[in-house]
Design a protein around this ligand. Structure first.
Ligand code: NAD
Ligand code: TYD
Length: 338
């Protein structure tokens, strides 16, 4: 069997996906491509480093990508700049990775006749969902942040390539993920690790913004369902309906971790902050038969335990030491190149 290319898999969701793939489909040959930005951490792939081939490359580098895509039987693109707050400070890296990078992949998928391309997108492309509504895949895109706008641009580029060149591409749009290996700048790992360090918990604005939470393991099974059974040119929302206000989620963490609510610190709101994300996932459940396996309660418990058991992982990230450590261990191109 030819190899499957998974990009951005030194990051949170991509690394979980490759872990899952290696355990559920041990016959698959996997090539991981990652640029190793601040969010890429080879430590996330350490337990499976002998199972994969790692190539350090930028998805916008057509030459490097042509090399890995030649002879591949597909590509799943998790690579992206992914943090809204960073996109508010500087949008250029988002346009480079999330827009230019995706067009480079599309051009190569067409040219090299790669049989399947799955673009991992986000619920944020729909913008904020008014109370009482849930977005479905036909709803118009209305992104609020440069991050969301760059992902929406990529979705349009994918659809344009499918329409014009019948490029064999599909799109998934997932809700907020949580679980192991999530970079501690995102809400849940930041709050969990700050509670462990007894540091203040910065709540943006009134904390009443709502997100729909999807455990990363369930995201992986949903991505695989789309990869195997999804229809070319089609978009699939991936979510759970587990909708919680940020403040409520933080209070749940404090209760489970037996810590004081005095750590909660209200700070200035994020500019342009979306109040609510909510997805209609009936296409995923009815057409593809996908089912959620991990409830929010179980998932939060397991995630807290993971951060408790893996203190060196997040402490080295929070202290900025992990980059030096892995470059020393593996060199610039990563473990499989040694
Ligand atoms: P992440 O920031 O943890 O990881 C992104 C990875 O991509 C990193 O390893 C980084 O080094 C790599 N990367 C960035 N630019 C690259 C480039 N130009 N070339 C090669 N590699 C590059 O992000 P994540 O949370 O794992 O998100 C993965 C994907 O899922 C993204 O496309 C994101 O938009 C999407 N998504 C995330 C969530 C979420 O809650 N985290 C929800 C829905 C969709
Ligand atoms: P985040 O994890 O950045 O994901 P996104 O903005 O892509 O949904 O944030 C999730 C929610 O938590 C969002 O409403 C912003 C809020 N938030 C805080 O209140 N404080 C924080 O320190 C962070 C990082 C996020």
């Amino acid at each position: 069997m030819a190899h499957l290319v998974v990009t951005g898999a030194a990051g949170f969701i991509g690394s979980n996906f490759v872990h899952w793939l290696c355990s559920e489909h041990p016959d698959r040959e996997v090539v991981v491509v990652d640029k190793l930005t601040y969010a890429g951490n080879l430590g996330n792939l350490e337990p499976i480093k002998d199972r994969i081939r790692f190539v350090r490359a930028d998805i916008a580098d057509a030459e490097a990508m042509a090399e890995v895509l030649r002879g591949a039987d597909g590509i799943i693109n998790f690579a992206a700049e992914s943090h809204v707050d960073r996109s508010l400070e500087a949008a250029a890296p988002f346009l480079h990775s999330n827009v230019v990078g995706v067009q480079v992949i599309l051009d190569l998928v067409k040219e090299l006749e790669v049989p399947r391309f799955l673009q991992i997108s986000t619920d944020e492309v729909y913008g904020s969902a008014p109370e009482g509504t849930r977005f479905n895949e036909e709803d118009r895109l209305n992104p609020s942040s440069p991050y969301a706008a760059s992902k929406a641009a990529a979705d349009h580029l994918v659809q344009a390539a499918v329409h014009t060149w019948t490029v064999p591409a599909l799109i998934t749009r997932a809700s907020n993920n949580y679980g192991p290996y999530q970079f501690p700048e995102k809400l849940l790992p930041l709050m969990i690790t700050n509670i462990m360090e007894e540091k203040p918990l910065p709540v943006y604005g009134d904390g009443m913004q709502k997100r729909e939470w999807l455990h990363v393991h369930d995201h992986c099974t949903a991505v695989w369902a789309v990869w195997q059974r999804g229809e070319i040119g089609r978009i699939y929302n991936l979510g759970t309906g587990d909708e919680v206000a940020n403040l409520e989620l933080i209070k749940t963490l404090l209760a489970v971790m037996d810590a004081s609510e005095e750590l909660i610190t209200f700070v200035t709101d994020r500019p342009g902050h979306d109040r609510r994300y909510a997805l209609d996932i009936s296409r995923l459940t009815t057409e593809l038969g996908w089912q959620q396996q991990i409830t929010l309660e179980e998932g939060l418990q397991a995630t807290i335990e993971w951060y408790r058991d893996n203190r060196p992982w997040w402490e080295s990230i929070k202290s900025g030491q992990y980059r030096e450590y892995y470059e020393r261990m593996y060199g610039r191109r990563g473990p499989a190149q040694q």
